[in-house]
Ligand binder design. Structure first.
Ligand SMILES: Cc1cc2nc3c(=O)[nH]c(=O)nc-3n(C[C@H](O)[C@H](O)[C@H](O)COP(=O)(O)OP(=O)(O)OC[C@H]3O[C@@H](n4cnc5c(N)ncnc54)[C@H](O)[C@@H]3O)c2cc1C
Length: 353
């Protein structure tokens, strides 16, 4: 009997697969990647700073050291490069912003806020920012699609490519069976499509659609930085650029829109000054929860039916740390971080019944 059936083919399921492997937990993955684009199109940035308030991103002091070693180990396992350590550059729009940066970089945020620089000194080319800016340390991006594709190749005998039909799941106190696969447990990592899952559709999600543009230009030079000004631009592993992103709360399709394109072109105008060619426009739906925290743990009635979801806008930072938290909870009965524990929503299931 296998330990877990994992349902999903995105960042959540992929990260859990590696974490399970690290702890000798056996698994099968059932999923169809084309149902949700979210992980496949993500920019994959991890940023320890929330720029709006110039504060540390939630738990960044723990998630960033963890993600560094986790993704590095995955690169070694998969023999594939997909991690890019890059500084994020935040141009200042006013003197007050610079002063706050300087103050916090000497105090509580000294781990993450780097020096203030004259943007000219960074040798960027054709960027639409001037004056001074701050450098974020310990930031970067992963090529999420490469990570997922390489993982699927590595674990290929574990994968079953199909739509999971919840009505075919047979449940017993110590096991679950799905189309002849017998497992001790099942864990659902379905992103925003959790709304179709009869076990967990009561979890209050607040999905946010996002769009990005892929552009080509020989004239942009970012010198390995990620530029952030009312949006971001970064160089992809193919040498082109990705720019984003939009937020939309009432369209839950993966279809790119004209409105999204216009918004992204406007964002690009505030980032770069030279002509470029749009090679692709992509859209996906971020699985955010109402309280913007992941949602992880066991179903209140079926103790071997689990959920791992709610990665929202920060899957790259949160998934490795909380996959590890989940595994320690499963293997050693250690508590889940109460902010992410699905228990906080148990009362909603009672209300839904
Ligand atoms: C435009 C955009 C930019 C982003 N940029 C960043 C970023 O820079 N940094 C960052 O950290 N995060 C970013 N994100 C967010 C990040 O993509 C998410 O946090 C993360 O990818 C969510 O992963 P997931 O596996 O939970 O969900 P998903 O990626 O949605 O994966 C769910 C998987 O389950 C499958 N599935 C669902 N239901 C079924 C079923 N019934 N049967 C079979 N398969 C099923 C889907 O096909 C999919 O493969 C961005 C998102 C968007 C949209």
């Amino acid at each position: 009997m296998t330990d877990f059936i994992l349902v999903g083919r995105g960042l959540a399921a992929t990260t859990l697969a590696h974490t399970f492997k690290n702890h000798n937990i056996s698994f099968k993955i059932i999923g169809l990647p084309t149902l949700s684009n979210c992980s496949l199109i993500a920019a994959g940035i991890w940023n320890p700073i929330v720029f709006k308030r110039l504060t540390q991103s939630w738990l960044a002091h723990k998630t960033i050291p963890y993600l560094n070693s986790f993704y590095k180990d995955c690169e070694e396992r998969l023999n594939k490069k997909f991690v890019y350590h890059r500084n994020i550059i935040k141009p200042f729009s006013e003197e007050q912003e610079k002063q706050l940066w300087l103050k916090k970089s000497r105090n509580e945020l000294d781990h993450f806020l780097g020096e203030v620089v004259d943007l000219k000194s960074l040798s960027l080319k054709n960027y639409n920012v001037s004056g001074e800016g701050g450098i974020v340390k310990q930031s970067g991006n992963i090529d999420v699609a490469s990570f997922i594709n390489a993982t699927e190749l590595f674990f290929k005998e574990h994968y079953i490519t199909e739509v999971f039909d919840h009505s075919l799941l047979e449940h017993a106190p110590d096991s679950v069976t799905y189309k002849g696969i017998l497992a001790k447990n099942i864990i659902f990592c379905e992103g925003h499509l959790i709304k179709n899952n009869p076990f967990f559709s009561w979890i209050p999600m607040k999905p946010a659609k996002g769009e990005v543009l892929l552009i080509e230009s020989m004239e942009i030079e970012l010198n390995n930085h990620i530029l952030n000004k009312n949006g971001f631009i970064l160089q992809t592993s193919s040498g082109n650029f990705k720019a984003g992103a939009t937020y939309e709360w009432d369209d839950f399709t993966d279809k790119p829109t004209e409105k999204g394109k216009r918004e992204l072109i406007e964002k690009l105008a505030s980032l770069v000054t030279c002509p470029y060619t749009i090679t692709s426009q992509q859209a996906g739906v971020r699985p955010s929860t109402l309280d913007r925290r992941p949602v992880i743990g066991a179903h209140p009635v079926y103790s071997n039916v689990y959920v791992f979801n709610g990665l929202g806008t920060k899957g790259v930072m949160l998934a490795p740390y909380f996959a590890n938290n989940f595994v320690f909870c499963y293997l050693q009965n250690q508590p889940l971080n109460s902010d992410v524990d699905v228990k906080r929503y148990y009362n909603l299931l009672k209300r839904a019944e």
